[in-house]
Design a protein around this ligand. Sequence first.
Ligand code: PLP
Length: 438
Amino acid sequence: MRGDNDQMASFWMPFTDNRSYKAHPRQLVSASGMHYRSSDGQAILDGTSGLWCSNAGHCRPEITEAIAKTAATLDFAPTFQLGHPLPFELAQRLAALMPEGLDRIFFTNSGSESVDTALKIAIAVQRARGQGTRTRLIGRERGYHGTGFGGISVGGIVTNRRTFGGGLPGADHMRHTHDIARNAFSRGFPQHGAELADDLQRLVDLHGADTIAAVIVEPMAGSTGVLVPPVGYLQRLREICDRHGIILIFDEVITAFGRVGGATAAGQWGVTPDIITMAKGLTNAAVPMGAVAVRRELHDAMIDSVPGGIELFHGYTYSGHPLASAAGLATLDLYARDGLFERAADLSAYWEDAAHSLKGRRHIIDIRTIGLVAGIELDPRPGAPTARAMELFRACFDNGLLVRATGDIIALSPPLIAEKAHIDEMFGKLGDLLDGIA
Ligand code: PLP
């Protein structure tokens, strides 16, 4: 068998070109604060919070000590028909960070599980309300909602869908909001595109509102390359959902926990969905955990729908795992103690100026920013889409900077503890390295 004796062979890496990675591995061996360290001893400035998730910076002792202490006290306890205090405490703390009314929390282990949980809850709630014909789920082109069958069915990234069959029956998609022709080099919400929310009305007209359970969108689409919602777009989606009894889900796996300057994008931007999915920053990624915040009336509709017994036949062995719950509590403490969400909000103007200072540099066709997020779109190399961004990603890594390449877009989203000098280093290096890319 190929590579049998190779130590690198057995791990089938996710979302990776395994052949080329294993020929030229880039390994990280430790992390602290704003930096990783690679296996050859180089410090790597983390421009992406790992994978949009280590929002408080790496290896924070407050979190690692809470995990270690819990591992030695209560390594595992079931949460099916039994409990332990930590997830109750975490759920209460989390509910207090959510927009008004979304105070019932279901725990999962990842963003993908949060999404599939939210979609199932939406369908189950509609049924509990006597709306059992509402089973259709609506997503958006270019949306990323993880890799479960529910998530890829409402997701809109073609490479993640086409290999895996037809997906959930009845799933449909609104158009995406990306429009460089009208919105290039936007700072914050782009001016044009609120009317694209009317695509939901088009789907209501096509399918009938009484077949649609829920709509799911990322308030800011991260994985597809930082698509910031146009001014008024999310408000318009909310209005159309209200008009037609459709449950609105915000997938905040990336945006939650300070990324756009508040606990959630919903809270920060003043549009309240019915369900919010989270993961990543919830535990600072130190232990995998996801969560779904549900509007209380939706939760109560489920409870009231049964005379007694289990109201939702759904959950995971590790829902509310002690180590994850302990990491979550320590992380929320840290966010509050160090005012990290406010810090992100305060830094965002500096961040925006630094990102947009690259305008006019080689290959760049768009720069978009919001909170502590930036997307830098490159002109695709003729005949070789994505190659340019991938080369830049590699050059950055070799020069001590971690960025994220997605399509021909470079995404940046540093830990919320970043200093101005780190921001200068990120955009300075990026600009200089771009000059060397063909
Ligand atoms: N939803 C969104 C918006 C995401 O960005 C991601 C991951 O990046 C997911 C869901 C999936 O999360 P996970 O990889 O933890 O399953």
